[in-house]
Design a protein around this ligand. Structure first.
Ligand SMILES: Cc1cc2nc3c(=O)[nH]c(=O)nc-3n(C[C@H](O)[C@H](O)[C@H](O)COP(=O)(O)O)c2cc1C
Length: 126
């Protein structure tokens, strides 16, 4: 769908981890992301290994925040990778950004998004 983007992993607020969806927050190296806010299926390359992920870019309206961020929840990678250089490729848009009523609604949607990612890659869900 798009080119490959390069970025550095920076610290988020650590809220994602508490919700069961830890994310790596990305600072792009040399450009802006030329796409609209929303949730996307991505491939992420870390240390020459490739992982499935779901990327969110937006202002996190559920938390009344204003700054646009780029975050990726990796489906099969758990380790801390702060300050590392990564690259990612955007494959498919899942949905638009939503202003959820509460965090519970957001988490419910994140589980659904994850199923969409597995479906996209043609894997089984457990
Ligand atoms: C796949 C994915 C989809 C998301 N979708 C939304 C969304 O629609 N609306 C929203 O307000 N936040 C959304 N978020 C952002 C969460 O609010 C965010 O991960 C959480 O606030 C943790 O932020 P932190 O990394 O700063 O701790 C999404 C995050 C991910 C990983």
């Amino acid at each position: 769908m798009h080119n490959i983007f390069f970025g550095t992993v920076i610290r988020g607020r650590g809220k994602g981890k508490k919700m069961g969806f830890p994310t790596i927050n990305i600072k792009l190296v040399n450009c802006e992301l030329p796409i609209n806010k929303g949730v996307y299926v991505v491939w992420v390359t870390i240390n020459n290994q490739i992982f499935k992920g779901m990327m969110y870019t937006g202002t996190r309206p559920t938390f009344e925040l204003q700054k646009t961020t780029i975050e990726i929840h990796l489906l099969d990678y758990q380790e801390n990778i702060y300050d590392m250089q990564i690259s990612f490729q955007i494959l498919h848009k899942i949905r638009e950004e939503i202003h959820f009523e509460n965090v519970g609604e957001l988490v419910r949607q994140l589980h659904h998004d994850k199923e969409m990612v597995y479906k996209y890659f043609g894997n089984l869900i457990n």
